[in-house]
Design a protein around this ligand. Structure first.
Ligand code: MG
Length: 382
C-alpha cells in the first residue's frame, strides 16, 4: 500500500512537471495513456527545390526542362509529415508566390492536427488561387495525421489497395526517333498516354503503333479547335486502339464540348476545364469524366470530395499529376483504388527525386502499407 502511494506521488510529480493535471492525471494513474494536446502547435517549414526533367517536356503550346517545386515539412511533437507544391509555369504559381503564401500562414495556432477541416479551411481562406501551395500543406497534414493514426490513407478512406488501375506512362510530342525510344523506355507500362494537339497527330499515333499495340490514352491539351475535325479524329483514334480523349478542345469551347461528348465514341475527360470541387458540377454533361490532380484542387481532402461527387454523378475519374516528386505522386495514389484510370508517372520523369514512395509493379499502382502517405525522405535536404 505504501509502495502504491509512493508510486502515485512520483507519477503525480512527473505529470505536474510535464503540465498534466486533474482528469488527465486520474486517467494516467489508472492505466490510460494520456496524450496531451501539443502546447506548441503545428510547425511548418519549406524549401524550394527545382525538379530536373529527364527529357525536354513538350505540350501542345510549351516546352521545358525543369519544374519549380517547394517541399514542405509539418511537425508536431516530433512527428513529421511531408508535402510538396509542383508548379508548372503555365498554371501561374512560382517559388516566389508559394514562398509568400506559406510565409503568411500561422499554423502554430493549431495544436490538434486531427482538426483537418478547420486547419485546411483556414489555409484555403488566406488568399485565392495558390492551389499547389495549399496542396503542399494539405499533403503534409495528411502525412502527419496518418502517421499519428499509424495508418495509410487508402485504409483510412476504406479503399481496397488491390483495386488500383494500371498507370499510364506519358509520351511527349517529339521526333519519330525519340518517340520510338520513349515507347521502349515505357516497356513496364501496360497503357501509354500520348500528347497530341499538333498537325503531326496522326503521324505520332502511327509512329507509336509501328512499335507497340498497347492501349493508348490521348491528351490533346486543348489543341483541337474544330469540333467536326475533332470527332473525325476521335473515330480514327478509336480504330487505332485509343481508349479515352483528354481535354480535346479549349476549355472555353463548352457548347462544342457538349456536342463532342454526346457524339464521341470514346470517353472525353476534362483536365484544364476543371480545378476544384464546384467545377465537377460544371463538367457534368460537358465531359464524360474528370482528371483530378492534387496540385489543381488544393490537395487530398478536396480530391477525395471530388472523387465522391463525380462517382455520385456517374462520371469517370482519372487521377493525374504534374511532374512531381514521389511525395505528391504517393499522396495521389491513395485515391487510385476508386479511379478508372491512373496517370501517376510524374516522379519517373525527373532525375532528382528526394523521396521514395509509391511503386509501379507490373504496370499497376502498388500501394504500400506504410502510415500517412507512405514516403521516405532519401536525401537529407531539410
Ligand atoms: Mg492533361
Amino acid at each position: 500500500m505504501k509502495t502504491d502511494r509512493r508510486n502515485f506521488l512520483r507519477t503525480a510529480g512527473l505529470l505536474a512537471l510535464s503540465g498534466i493535471t486533474g482528469m488527465e492525471m486520474l486517467f494516467a494513474t489508472s492505466g490510460y495513456k494520456v496524450i496531451p494536446s501539443s502546447k506548441k502547435g503545428l510547425s511548418l517549414s519549406f524549401l524550394s527545390y527545382e525538379l530536373q526533367l529527364q527529357h525536354v517536356f513538350t505540350l501542345a503550346n510549351s516546352s521545358r526542362k525543369t519544374t519549380p517545386d517547394v517541399l514542405t515539412r509539418l511537425e508536431i511533437d516530433g512527428v513529421v509529415g511531408y508535402g510538396e507544391a509542383s508548379m508548372p509555369p503555365y498554371l501561374g504559381e512560382s517559388i516566389e508566390t508559394a514562398t509568400q503564401f506559406l510565409s503568411s500562414l500561422n499554423l502554430g495556432q493549431f495544436n490538434d492536427p486531427f482538426q483537418m477541416d478547420d486547419i485546411l479551411q483556414y489555409v484555403d481562406s488566406m488568399m485565392p488561387g495558390n492551389t499547389a501551395a495549399k496542396a503542399s500543406v494539405d499533403i503534409a497534414l495528411h502525412d502527419l495525421v496518418g502517421k499519428l493514426m499509424k495508418q495509410p490513407w487508402y485504409k483510412i478512406w476504406g479503399f481496397d489497395p488491390s483495386d488500383t488501375p494500371n498507370t499510364s506512362f506519358t509520351i511527349g510530342i517529339d521526333t519519330p526517333e525519340v518517340v520510338r525510344q520513349k515507347v521502349a523506355e515505357a516497356a513496364p507500362y501496360k497503357i501509354l498516354k500520348v500528347k497530341l494537339g499538333q498537325a503531326t497527330d496522326r503521324q505520332m499515333i502511327e509512329t507509336i503503333r509501328s512499335v507497340t499495340d498497347k492501349p493508348l490514352c490521348v491528351d490533346v491539351n486543348q489543341g483541337w479547335t474544330d469540333r467536326v475535325m475533332a470527332l473525325e479524329m476521335i473515330h480514327w483514334l478509336k480504330e487505332n486502339g485509343v481508349v479515352l480523349v483528354e481535354q480535346p478542345m479549349p476549355k472555353k469551347a463548352i457548347e462544342d464540348m457538349v456536342w463532342l461528348t454526346q457524339n464521341s465514341p470514346l470517353p472525353t475527360i476534362a483536365d484544364e476545364s476543371l480545378q476544384r470541387l464546384p467545377d465537377v458540377m460544371k463538367a457534368h454533361g460537358v465531359y464524360h469524366g474528370i482528371n483530378i490532380k492534387l496540385m489543381k484542387c488544393t490537395g487530398m481532402r478536396e480530391a477525395h470530395q471530388m472523387l465522391t461527387l463525380a462517382r455520385s454523378l456517374d462520371m469517370k475519374v482519372m487521377i493525374g499529376c504534374m511532374t512531381e516528386t514521389s511525395c505528391g505522386i504517393s499522396a495521389a495514389a491513395h485515391l487510385a483504388p476508386k479511379a478508372d484510370w491512373a496517370d501517376l508517372d510524374g516522379n519517373l520523369l525527373i532525375s532528382n527525386d528526394p523521396f521514395s514512395g509509391m511503386q509501379i509493379i507490373d504496370g499497376k499502382v502498388a500501394l504500400i502499407d506504410q502510415p500517412g502517405i507512405g514516403v521516405k525522405l532519401l536525401k537529407n535536404v531539410f
